[in-house]
Design a protein around this ligand. Structure first.
Ligand code: G3P
Ligand code: MG
Length: 246
């Protein structure tokens, strides 16, 4: 079972910052996940929420500010004084942390609340320019975006994100089409997801921070877990002789 650091190493570092991504890159894990939004001036930036209110010392929506305006705020001090001065990273800056490594990079398009017209093309352009098309997985709760990725770039790995299990999810996956399913922890144990795994779907599970949950998932055949606690999960899976690097 593979381990992906969720929003970088987000238990110990401010989520979705270069500090969290560098920490994750130093671990013998399989991948990393992060979230992207579009600025007012069309830059793809890495942050979880639509607004900067929770994870910076500023206020406002990403879509209403230019990159330069977003860079006026601090994205580390909300987490701890130790991280004062961290900036909001661009997609390109984060990809550069992983370029040349063997970690898979999951870019989650946060276009499910604000549509961010054209975000798929912009993300693909940045990934292509860095020669990382084979290294990325592009996912979203916005399944129109997942389908657009498939149309724009049929070979790149795309994934449909789910909060709840839906019936006949394997058929739905084929229709989109999506190459993988990223499901919530409770959904991973439900019938439709179990059936999809039996039919050969690649399933990754978010967000798994308790070793008891990881232990239950080992036997389900899921491909990977997203976790805020990659070192804890690594230690647990190693102790239990579960292969962790896939
Ligand atoms: O991509 C998996 C997971 O990150 C989805 O939920 O809210 O943490 O982005 P969220
Ligand atoms: Mg995410």
């Amino acid at each position: 079972m593979n381990i992906y650091a969720h929003r970088g190493y987000s238990a110990k570092y401010p989520e979705n910052t270069l500090a969290a991504f560098q920490a994750a890159a130093n671990l013998p894990i399989d991948g990393v996940e992060f979230d992207v939004h579009l600025t007012k001036d069309g830059q793809v930036v890495v942050i979880h929420d639509e607004s900067i209110n929770r994870t910076s010392n500023g206020v406002g929506y990403v879509k209403d500010m230019t990159l330069q305006e977003l860079r006026e705020f601090d994205y580390g001090s909300w987490f701890s004084e130790e991280f004062v001065g961290l900036e909001i990273p661009t997609l390109e800056e984060v990809l550069n942390v992983y370029r040349g490594t063997d970690l898979r990079v999951n870019i989650e398009l946060k276009s499910d609340i604000f549509a961010y017209a054209g975000i798929e093309e912009l993300v693909l352009q940045v990934v292509e320019a860095l020669g990382m098309m084979d290294q990325v997985v592009i996912s979203s709760f916005d399944h129109e975006a997942v389908a657009r990725i498939a149309r724009l770039s049929p070979n790149v790995e795309n994934a449909a994100l789910f909060v709840n299990a839906i019936l006949d999810v394997a058929n739905y996956q084929e229709k989109l089409p999506a190459k993988a399913l990223h499901v919530s922890l409770p959904s991973a144990f439900r019938g439709p997801v179990r059936e999809a795994i039996e039919k050969g779907s690649v399933v990754r599970v978010w967000t798994v921070n308790e070793v008891e949950h990881a232990a239950l998932l080992v036997d389900t055949g899921v491909n990977a877990i997203f976790t805020d606690e990659p070192e804890k999960m690594l230690a647990f899976l190693r102790q239990n002789s579960v292969p962790v690097e896939g």
